[in-house]
Every structure is written in structure tokens, then in C-alpha cells.
Design a protein around this ligand. Structure first.
Ligand code: SF4
Ligand code: F3S
Length: 106
């Protein structure tokens, strides 16, 4: 299973959603998640993210392990997204910011 991590918060570029063959991505107000029940580990989404927010669950950067549970939990209630949408106006300002987890809108 692949996991969307902290970097995506307030960036949400959505390049990732178009390549997923099984429509794994679910959209929240300022973040996306992957449904671990649907992901078939095809790896296609990982290189699509311009800020490298997507990782395999067994190769997460240090400190990002909590996003396994966050992806699982939020994919159960957020709607599926399959087409790219415009990123927030200030997405580029947030791209390099660390420690954004408290800003995640549910
Ligand atoms: Fe979808 Fe493949 Fe990414 Fe899993 S690894 S979320 S199946 S694109
Ligand atoms: Fe987020 Fe990257 Fe997709 S910023 S929406 S994981 S392209």
C-alpha cells in the first residue's frame, strides 16, 4: 500500500489522482489520502507528486508512520477523486513547510 504523507497538506497538487488505475484517492479540504483496501501497489502515483508526498508504507520517512492510520481512517469518509483540480493559490508557499499535521482539515 502507498501512503500520502504530511507534505501534501495545504499543497494538494492532485497530479497523483489521474494515474491511479483503481481510483484509490479520496479528497479532503486540504489533503488527499489513499484507500489501503484498494491500492494494488502499482507505484504509478509515487513519481507524479511534484513534492514527493507519496511513499510505500514500508519505506516511509521517519516520523511519517502515523499517516498509515490517517490514510486508512480518512479514506473511509472522504469522497473519491479521479480528476486533477487546481491547487490552492498558496500551495507553493506550503511545499517546503514541515510539521503541518496540525493544519490537516478533516
Ligand atoms: Fe493507486 Fe497505484 Fe498509487 Fe496504489 S500505488 S494509490 S494503486 S496509483
Ligand atoms: Fe498531494 Fe502530491 Fe497528490 S501534493 S494531492 S500527493 S500530487
Amino acid at each position: 500500500t502507498f501512503v500520502v504523507t504530511e507534505a501534501c497538506i495545504k499543497c494538494k497538487y492532485t497530479d497523483c489522482v489521474e494515474v491511479c488505475p483503481v481510483d484509490c484517492f479520496h479528497e479532503g479540504p486540504n489533503f488527499l489520502v489513499i484507500d489501503p483496501e484498494e491500492c494494488i501497489d502499482c507505484t504509478l502515483c509515487e513519481p507524479e507528486c511534484p513534492i514527493e508526498a507519496i511513499y510505500p508504507e514500508d519505506d516511509l520517512p521517519e516520523g511519517q508512520e502515523k499517516f498509515i492510520e490517517i490514510n486508512k481512517e480518512l479514506s473511509e469518509s472522504w469522497p473519491v477523486i479521479t480528476e486533477m483540480i487546481e491547487a490552492p493559490d498558496d500551495a507553493d508557499d506550503w511545499a517546503q513547510v514541515k510539521d503541518k499535521v496540525d493544519l490537516l482539515d478533516r
